[in-house]
Design a binder for this molecule. Structure first.
Ligand code: ARG
Ligand code: ZN
Ligand code: CA
Length: 243
């Protein structure tokens, strides 16, 4: 990414209750968080420990709110089976998914904060789903997931980033500058937290691709940035977004 990639964002709001019908301002606050987190403009970026200062990265991608589409529903929860993306199931189909990031806001249920589709999947289901309780900053955003970082994490997946623990004990996230983690971390881990994996590295618990609280995650790494750049480059699965 040469710092010149701009992603139009279409926000699809599925609501039954007034609380689920989140405001335009709340949606814009989420776009603002994405712009901070993906441009190293987040106020906690300077909290990255010195150990990782050499690998912390400004991803350099800008998000622009393109349009907000709202639809009322009688469904109380949508689950993770992509029904929310299908008109035949009461949802909203994505708008121009090969050139715009579609974000769905709804009640997912089951304690799920959000989920995303990796690059290379079907266009009809491409994008990220965020539970409305955890989207944006204002109103009823629910602590400790009230800083808009569920979307940062999910958009990270949409840009091909894996969980930092590789979804396995001492698994790999396919990024070399992130340490090997035992498993997911939660809450606000004390620093330093040592892995018991090979080499017993200090874990990068403050990475957006861990499972910690919103106020405990505040960096991407250079290796993650490189992985992101590759999907937007010529020949990459999201090349249509342009560099
Ligand atoms: N996919 C994760 C889940 O729903 C999202 C975790 C986001 N973490 C956060 N601090 N916001 O379980
Ligand atoms: Zn995840
Ligand atoms: Ca790694």
């Amino acid at each position: 990414v040469n710092g010149k990639i701009e992603i139009p964002v279409v926000v699809n709001v599925l609501y039954r209750t007034a609380a689920e019908n989140i405001s335009d301002a709340r949606i814009q606050s989420q776009i603002d968080v994405l712009n901070k987190d993906f441009n190293a403009l987040n106020s906690d970026y300077n909290s990255v420990p010195a150990l990782f200062s050499g690998v912390k990265a400004n991803v350099g991608i800008t998000f622009v709110l393109d349009q907000i589409i709202r639809k009322s529903t009688t469904k109380t929860s949508w689950g993770t089976n992509d029904a929310v993306k299908k008109v035949a199931q009461g949802g909203l189909a994505p708008t121009s998914p090969t050139t715009k990031l579609n974000l769905w806001s709804c009640t997912i249920g089951g304690g799920i904060l959000g989920y995303a589709q990796f690059p290379g999947g079907a266009s009809a289901t491409d994008g990220v789903v965020i539970d409305s309780k955890y989207l944006g900053l204002a109103g009823s955003a629910s602590a400790p997931y009230n800083l808009g970082r569920t979307a940062t994490h999910e958009v990270g997946h949409w840009m091909n980033l894996r969980h930092i623990w590789g979804d396995a004990n001492c698994g790999s996230d396919l990024v070399t500058d992130t340490p090997t983690h035992n498993t997911a971390n939660y809450g606000v881990p004390a620093y330093p937290h040592y892995s018991t994996c090979t080499g017993t590295p200090v874990e990068m618990t403050m990475n957006y691709m861990d499972y910690v609280d919103d106020n405990a995650m505040y960096m991407f790494s250079q290796g993650q940035k490189n992985r992101i750049s590759a999907i937007f480059a010529t020949g990459g699965p999201r090349a249509a977004f342009g560099i």
